[in-house]
Structure formats: structure tokens, C-alpha cells
Design a protein around this ligand. Structure first.
Ligand code: ISJ
Length: 444
């Protein structure tokens, strides 16, 4: 059914944003495929409980900085909001969001990541949001370019028949770990260092795998495969220029919702088997394993320390529970508090990186990673998410992720190293953490 815009809008503000409610729910992966002409300027976001799915098509503006600029990005969004004329053609709230992320740490921008700013947020021209089973289409444009016919064209495209998405067999030219032996040596080096001195107690070390295909990687196929697995995980795509970053992460950094902060600690891992009886034992083992509990404790304590100055009424379970992924069990603790600050990005900045991705003590661990780890993390393990018009928002820790460029994918995975760690078992754990992206690529 075609939706008609009811009125012309002549605002004198810099941006105009109009929103309608659709009477049906389009398939957003199909939509990305249909809007391939916007490739390089699209994002996709599916929340962990799958209650919020959205995709951005075309970028009206991009706020990008060559440094980590949390405050500036927040100010930028406040300014855009002030210059925005909003119209909603339904009774509810306006769904426009400022989407983006901050790279893992302040490092020299390497070639690999140069399509993205160190801080990089975008305002979508078209945002399609499916929330609580209702679909909204939001069209945003600079006032001087605002053309309601563009919205009509977009709605027509959205309504047009589903396109056929046939998964193509992809021929692999090469599939290689990057510096795997050196990585194991690095794990052993850290373990020795930790046994000699207590200065460093936990460091998360990451490694990469490079897969080259004969043809260009089909990103919509990759997203569809990830969705089919139906993990209790987020699914995110963030495009810029000729780069496409994907993460299927189980890990939330924080959610800010009307003055409340929700965050969690995920750290401590055991590999699942196919035998349910064996799995019950594994879960018991994980819940009582001192190495894993120790790793987990650091993350919980550090989060609590980091949020103390801007929260009150802190609430969390004193004992972790189990988070189940397809191949892994993790230790998991939910943390909630009332917020004293409404600056979402200040909170993101305080929390990132938790020792689940950095280590403990935080600064020493980050320094170690900067100096010793091979390659640049870029958006791997970094905060990616959105802020809305009410300054609510959600950011994830973008693990189980990869950077795709044309026919090449670079996969990232890491694990916490403590003084009892063993290089071979950490290698095996990181191998399993590649699996979500290998599946997305149809490699397994
Ligand atoms: C670093 C990663 O995972 C993190 C590290 C974990 C661990 O060391 O046990 C568990 C979950 C994540 O917080 C990754 O998946 O790359």
C-alpha cells in the first residue's frame, strides 16, 4: 500500500526530518540489496533481543574526526538536533538516530581503516526502523535539498516486489591466520611477565585471519547468513567508502534509557560440545573455575569503578551466570544503575575498553596492546551504536567482527590472558571466536 506525504514542509532550519508509519514490515536485508546504489553509505543494526532492527540508507552528513572525540561528537549531535525540524505523521516518537562508533584506541590511522574516522558518526538520509513490530520510515535531508519526491521514490522501492537473493558459492583463493606463531609467543611472553610482576594482571590479546575470495564479497548474503543462525547477539553493518565492517557481538557496552544505565560484564569462556550432558558439566566447571572467575571479577570491578562518579543506586548480581553462544559459554553479569549524567558518549568513553577487551589495570593493558599487538584493531572491540533525539542510546562492544573490502575479509578475535593462561588453549578459544564471521562468509 502506498503511503502519501500529507503536506509540504518549508522549514528554515538546516535539516528537515519527516517520518511515517508503514502498514507492513519490509525485509531490511532485501532493502540493503535493493539500495545497492548507496553502497558505502549504509548501516544495519539488529539488537540482541531483536526488538529493534534498523537500517540507514545514504548519509546526509558524516561527523568524522581523525582523533577520538567523544565530547565533540556529542556536541555535534546536540547542534544537529537544534537545527532539525521534525515532523511525524503518526502519534508516536520520532526515530531518527545518529549512528557510528569510535575506533578501539588512539593510534595512527592505518591504511586498512582509513575509510573510517577515528570517531565516525552518520545521519541517515533514509532510516527504516522496525521496533516492537511496527515499521517507521524516516527521511532526513538538508532543508535546501529536501524533496518529498525522494521520499515517495524510496517508499515505492521499498514496496516493490522482493528481489531474489540467491546465495552464490564463493571460491576462496586463500584463508590464512596472520602471524599465528608470533601470537602464541606473545601470549607466552605476557604470561611470563605476569608471573614475574603484578604490574599487569590481565591483557586481552587479539589476532586476525585473512580470507581472500575470487569475487567481491556479498555483504547482504553475509548478513542474511548471520541472521539465519539466530544467535542471541547483535548484528551490525557499518559502511564507509569501500569498507564494510560487520559484527555479530553478544556484548553490550551500555544502554542509556530514560536516566537508567544498563551494562554487563562478559568474560570467562569455555568451549561447548555437542553433548548436552557434557555441556551441563562444562557450565558447572566454568561457574567454579578460579581462572575464569578471576578474569570475570576484574571486568565487573572495573565497570563498577568506572561508572561510580556518574551513577547512583547500583545494582548487580554478586555471582555471574552463564551466557550461551553457539560454540561457547561465557560468564555473564548484568549491571544497572541510575544515571546522574545524560551525556551518552561520556558514559561510553568512561566504560570503554572494559577489561573484557583491554585488560587490568586498564591503562597499562592498553599501553601493552598498543605497543605489542600486531596490527591495528580499528573497530574490532570498539564501541559502535547510536544516540537518539532524547539522548538515549545503546553501544555494543564490536567483537566477533570483520572488515570487508571488495574480495577480502579480515576477521578479528581475542581472549583474556592472565597468569594461568596457556598459549595453545587461548589459540583454540580465539579460533572458535572466528566462527560467527566464518559462517557469515559461508566458509563453514
Ligand atoms: C575478546 C573477545 O571476547 C571477549 C573475551 C572473553 C574471554 O576472554 O573470555 C569473553 C568474551 C568477550 O568479552 C573476542 O571475542 O574477540
Amino acid at each position: 500500500m502506498k503511503q502519501k506525504m500529507i503536506s509540504e514542509i518549508n522549514g528554515d532550519k538546516s535539516y528537515i526530518s519527516v517520518e511515517i508509519e508503514l502498514q507492513y514490515q519490509p525485509d531490511l536485508i532485501h532493502l540493503l540489496k535493493k539500495e545497492i546504489k548507496y553502497e558505502g553509505q549504509r548501516f544495519y543494526y539488529n539488537s540482541k533481543n531483536h526488538q529493534l532492527e534498523m537500517c540507514g540508507i545514504g548519509y546526509v552528513l558524516q561527523a568524522r574526526y581523525s582523533h577520538l572525540k567523544y565530547d565533540e561528537t556529542y556536541e555535534y549531535w546536540q547542534n544537529v538536533k537544534e537545527q532539525l525540524e521534525k515532523r511525524v505523521f503518526h502519534g508516536g516518537q520520532h526515530h531518527l538516530k545518529f549512528f557510528g562508533g569510535f575506533q578501539f584506541s588512539e593510534h595512527a590511522l592505518t591504511n586498512e581503516w582509513k575509510d573510517y574516522g577515528m570517531s565516525h558518526f552518520v545521519l541517515p538520509k533514509f532510516l527504516v526502523t522496525i521496533e516492537d513490530n511496527t515499521c517507521y520510515v524516516t527521511y532526513t535531508e538538508q532543508s535546501k535539498h529536501f524533496d518529498i519526491n525522494e521520499m515517495d521514490e524510496f517508499l515505492n522501492q521499498l514496496e516493490s516486489n522482493k528481489i531474489v537473493m540467491e546465495e552464490k558459492e564463493q571460491e576462496i583463493m586463500s584463508n590464512k591466520d596472520i602471524q599465528s606463531e608470533e601470537w602464541k609467543d606473545l601470549v607466552t611472553k605476557v604470561v611470563n611477565l605476569m608471573n614475574d610482576s603484578v604490574a599487569l594482571q590481565k591483557v586481552v590479546l587479539s589476532r586476525r585471519r585473512n580470507i581472500i575470495f575470487k569475487n567481491k564479497i556479498d555483504i547482504e548474503d553475509a548478513l542474511q547468513r548471520s541472521l539465519n543462525i539466530n544467535e542471541s547477539s547483535y548484528l551490525i553493518l557499518f559502511e564507509s567508502g569501500s569498507s564494510q565492517f560487520i559484527s555479530q557481538t553478544p556484548e553490550q557496552l551500555c544502554q542509556i534509557d530514560n536516566g537508567k544505565l544498563y551494562t554487563n560484564a562478559i568474560a570467562g569462556t569455555i568451549l561447548r560440545t555437542h553433548d548436552e550432558q557434557e555441556n551441563q558439566k562444562l557450565k558447572e566447571t566454568l561457574l567454579n573455575d578460579s581462572k575464569n572467575l578471576f578474569e570475570h571479577r576484574y571486568v565487573v570491578d572495573s565497570i563498577i569503578h568506572d561508572i561510580q562518579s556518574f551513577t547512583k543506586n547500583l545494582n548487580y548480581e554478586k555471582k555471574p551466570t552463564i551466557l550461551t553462544n553457539t560454540h561457547l559459554y561465557h560468564l555473564y553479569t548484568n549491571i544497572q544503575a541510575d544515571l546522574l549524567s545524560e551525556n551518552v558518549l561520556e558514559i561510553v568513553n568512561q566504560l570503554h575498553p572494559t577489561p573484557a577487551l583491554g585488560g587490568f589495570p586498564k591503562l597499562e593493558a592498553i599501553k601493552f596492546i598498543e605497543n605489542e599487538e600486531f596490527g591495528t584493531r580499528g573497530f574490532y572491540g570498539a564501541p559502535i551504536g547510536y544516540m537518539d533525539l532524547d539522548n538515549n542510546g545503546e553501544f555494543v562492544v564490536s567483537i566477533r567482527s570483520m572488515l570487508v573490502k571488495d574480495n577480502m575479509a579480515t576477521l578479528y578475535s581475542g581472549c583474556g590472558v592472565v597468569k594461568d593462561s596457556n598459549a595453545d588453549s587461548e589459540f583454540e578459544e580465539t579460533d572458535l571466536k572466528f566462527k560467527p564471521m566464518l559462517k557469515a562468509l559461508g566458509v563453514m
